[in-house]
Design a protein around this ligand. Structure first.
Ligand SMILES: Cc1cc2nc3c(=O)[nH]c(=O)nc-3n(C[C@H](O)[C@H](O)[C@H](O)COP(=O)(O)OP(=O)(O)OC[C@H]3O[C@@H](n4cnc5c(N)ncnc54)[C@H](O)[C@@H]3O)c2cc1C
Length: 318
């Protein structure tokens, strides 16, 4: 393609995989095909409606959910996981599938003797980017926006290098703005708009209120300039979210938002394994194991782990 806008549109999703687009294996153009050939879909009610459907389906099959509950420890004995501490209560288990951050499970929930990977191993892993996010509610409609908006008014190559080559807070980043109220009238009151601004940033950076505010102001300036609409005095809700929030809320290693990068040497068997090397009945799924980050891959990860669990249960049943 010679048109730089087309090139950027094709490159932007690839940046979340864990490398600059020009260093990413061409196999991942499959992502572009999925976007453009198969279409971009939106679940009415937002992504949380997918979660609600999965919860309903799991409960129909007998699953019980414990909300606002923190797993504090995995108890082990003789090469087997025996149970968990959940909000201070011991719960016994025949087997455990951990779908939380893999590094957190290993380093915070297991004793050193039960860990499959050392801290040295984790330090050498390449993480996919983190994200600086702004959740914004506006008490007016914005004409210049669609549901999905990519702003390439700044140097995207430089931004990509500031994520991967010389990791630092980007000088003039590309931004993505989602305005789901354009499609879904249920996500904002009538006459209001619901925005999420996303700036991909290098993992492991230190964020602060001051840094977040600076990028917030910059994003608002650019959206105002490019849409020709005033925003500031119409903001009725604002929340800023970055690395430290991902670490606190999700125990995300290095504050990552997209798990372990999908580089060639971190693909398939080169990723942390779906099954613990130390505890026969401890399994993993999610964005730090196989196949990789993204909602469809983590669902596949759960499916592949369930097949391994089936095989394990068959092998142990008499
Ligand atoms: C801003 C953003 C935009 C994205 N956009 C897309 C997109 O357009 N398309 C796409 O495919 N993917 C997208 N992704 C990526 C996708 O959301 C993730 O890859 C996916 O949700 C990871 O799923 P997971 O189950 O591995 O981890 P998570 O969704 O993080 O789930 C793990 C859960 O475990 C919990 N947990 C961790 N430790 C404990 C503990 N000790 N006790 C109890 N609970 C614990 C966490 O709180 C969390 O709820 C996006 C991600 C972000 C942040």
């Amino acid at each position: 393609f010679r048109n730089m806008r087309l090139v950027r549109i094709l490159e932007f999703p690839v940046i979340f995989l864990g490398s600059t687009p020009w260093k990413t294996p061409s196999l991942y153009t499959l992502m572009n095909y999925a976007d453009m050939g198969m279409g971009t879909w939106y679940p009415m009610g937002g992504m949380f409606s997918v979660v609600e459907s999965m919860v309903r389906l799991a409960e129909e099959h007998g699953a019980v959910f414990h909300y606002n509950a923190e797993v504090e420890h995995i108890h082990t004995h003789n090469g087997l996981a025996r149970g968990i501490s959940l909000n201070g209560q011991m719960m016994e288990a025949d087997l455990i599938l951990s779908t939380g951050d893999y590094h957190h499970t290993e380093s915070a929930l297991l004793e050193e003797k039960d860990r499959s990977y050392s801290e040295k191993y984790w330090k050498k892993r390449k993480m996919a980017p983190s994200a600086l996010l702004f959740y914004i509610g506006l008490n007016k409609r914005i004409n210049g926006l669609l549901h999905h908006n990519l702003f390439f008014d700044e140097d995207f190559d430089r931004h990509a290098e500031e994520i991967y080559k010389t990791p630092k807070w980007p000088e003039k980043p590309a931004i993505y703005v989602s305005c789901s109220s354009k499609t879904d009238s249920g996500v904002a009151p009538s006459g209001f708009e619901n925005l999420i601004v996303l700036i991909p940033v290098a993992p492991g950076l230190t964020d602060s209120e001051e840094i977040k505010k600076r990028y917030f102001e910059m994003s608002i300036d650019r959206i105002e300039k490019l849409t020709g609409e005033s925003l500031r005095q119409h903001i009725v809700y604002k929340r800023m979210y970055a690395h430290s929030d991902f670490s606190v809320d999700y125990h995300a290693f290095q504050g990552n938002a997209y798990g372990l990068a999908n580089t060639l040497d971190q693909t398939a068997i080169f990723r942390p394994s779906l099954r613990s090397r130390k505890l026969k009945n401890l399994f993993y799924a999610g964005q730090l194991t196989v196949p990789g980050p993204g909602v469809p891959p983590v669902i596949i990860s759960g499916y592949v782990a369930s097949r391994q669990i089936d095989a394990y249960l068959k092998s142990t049943s008499v």
